[in-house]
Write a protein that binds this ligand. Structure first.
Ligand code: AMP
Length: 399
């Protein structure tokens, strides 16, 4: 059974194609289309033993998907016998007012996503638009939205609720949590690596956007993100934790409208806003090494916030069986990992400096043998989670 998992931006389309019917659930192909909507869109598709790159006019995500499916169905490529072999498309969807699990995409789901477009402004609008385009172009292909909030539905009310009137909570104003596919992957993978399921885990998804999650026995019990993906840790260009009562002050002092201020908080804050050295941590680290104090401050603020949540979740879980680093920064930045875990010997956490430096993307323990809490680097695989969730919704007994 071939499931295509789509990752969408307003002008980009990335996909991974899995065969979930074959042993080991192999990745059959992956690809990316950039600059959709232009006459010079770039397509790159790779599969075992081959690769295709081209530049062409692509008007929308439907055409982008068609080009990818046609390429994979060419006799010389042979990944698909025909485009109709794809059983479904799964989307790592971010947020919606009334849908928080894994759902077929239909008009009611799209309306529910639209209702929360202002809560997830970078994600919902491009997803809604592309889902509509794809539904129109491929009417017989099931589209499935696996929401990032799904994994966090197990968070107890006392942790997941804001201290606000009941009526506001009933409107969906609560801590939803995100990066659910990634934290769920860690909750699946760590029992396989450690050989037991009764685990207390602290999962640090550190990437373009970041969150920390406390996982007990495979279930999320707390996470750093709240109502929107702009909350919690500072992100590459999104603010993270912020007091709403600062807003009236900002509006009064700057003359900005609410929308303009929210735009700055959602698109020009976080590491970029503080550091002034771009939004990619590699550039920020380079600037800091060259003596840029603002860039160093952005790193310090990021690290401080991660430590805050790791500390809180050690309390929440009564200790931990593992601390796990994942995603672009978590998997690649030894500097951030060592800064996060500095001086924690008192808590039984001690990093092995050499192993931490030497990690190159695999699944590795980076703590010392005597560390009471093992520290792991585990590459995430959000797409396999979405592929399996899509399969389970559509093809499990009773569905
Ligand atoms: P993700 O959202 O998981 O794709 O992660 C993207 C982030 O990972 C970007 O901010 C990158 O700067 C960061 N990243 C990727 N590789 C490295 C690296 N070698 N060192 C530091 N940060 C990295």
């Amino acid at each position: 059974m071939r499931i295509l998992v789509a990752n969408l931006g307003s002008t980009s389309f990335k996909f991974r194609l899995y065969d979930l019917g074959a042993p080991g659930e192999p990745l059959l192909a992956r690809g990316a289309v950039e600059r959709i909507g232009s006459t010079e869109a770039r397509v790159k598709i790779t599969w075992p033993g081959g690769e295709r790159e081209l530049t062409t006019a692509i008007v929308d995500h439907g055409v982008a998907m068609q080009i990818c499916l046609d390429t994979l169905s060419e006799p010389g490529v042979g990944v698909l016998r025909s485009a109709s072999e794809v059983a479904a498309i799964g989307f790592k969807a971010v947020h919606s007012k009334d849908h928080h699990h894994v759902h077929r995409v239909d008009e009611s789901l799209l309306a529910s996503m639209e209702a929360f477009s202002s809560v997830a402004p970078a994600h919902n609008p491009p997803y809604i638009q592309a889902m509509r385009t794809l539904a129109k172009r491929f009417p017989s292909l099931p589209l499935v939205a696996a929401f990032e909030t799904d994994f966090h539905q197990t968070i107890p009310e006392a942790t997941g609720r804001y201290a606000i009137p009941d009526a506001w909570t009933a409107m969906g104003v609560r801590k939803w949590g995100f990066h659910g596919a990634s934290h769920r992957f860690i909750s699946w993978r760590m029992p396989e690596l450690l050989g037991r399921t009764d685990l207390k885990l602290i999962s640090c998804h550190l990437g373009g956007s970041s969150s920390v999650c406390a996982i007990r026995n495979g279930q999320s019990i707390a996470t750093s993100m709240g109502m929107s993906p702009q909350t919690g840790l500072p992100h590459n260009n999104r603010v993270g934790e912020f007091d709403v009562f600062a807003l009236p002050v900002i509006l009064k002092e700057t003359g900005l409208t609410l929308e303009q201020a929210l735009n700055t908080l959602a698109n020009h804050s976080g590491l970029e806003g503080v550091g002034g050295a771009g939004r990619d941590l590699r550039d920020i680290e380079q600037a800091a090494e060259a003596g840029n104090a603002r860039a160093q401050l952005a790193i310090d603020l990021f690290v401080q916030s991660i430590r805050h949540y790791v500390g809180a979740f050690l309390f929440e879980l009564d200790g931990a069986d593992a601390i796990v680093f994942t995603a672009g920064i978590g998997e690649n930045s030894s500097t951030i990992r060592s800064a996060v875990l500095r001086n924690l010997e008192w808590f039984g956490i001690s990093l092995d400096t050499e192993k931490n430096q030497a990690t190159r993307g695999g699944e590795t323990v980076i703590s010392t043998p005597s560390s009471r809490v093992p520290v792991w680097v585990v590459p995430t695989n959000e797409e396999i989670v979405v592929a399996r969730q899509t399969r389970d919704l559509l093809f499990s007994a009773g569905s």
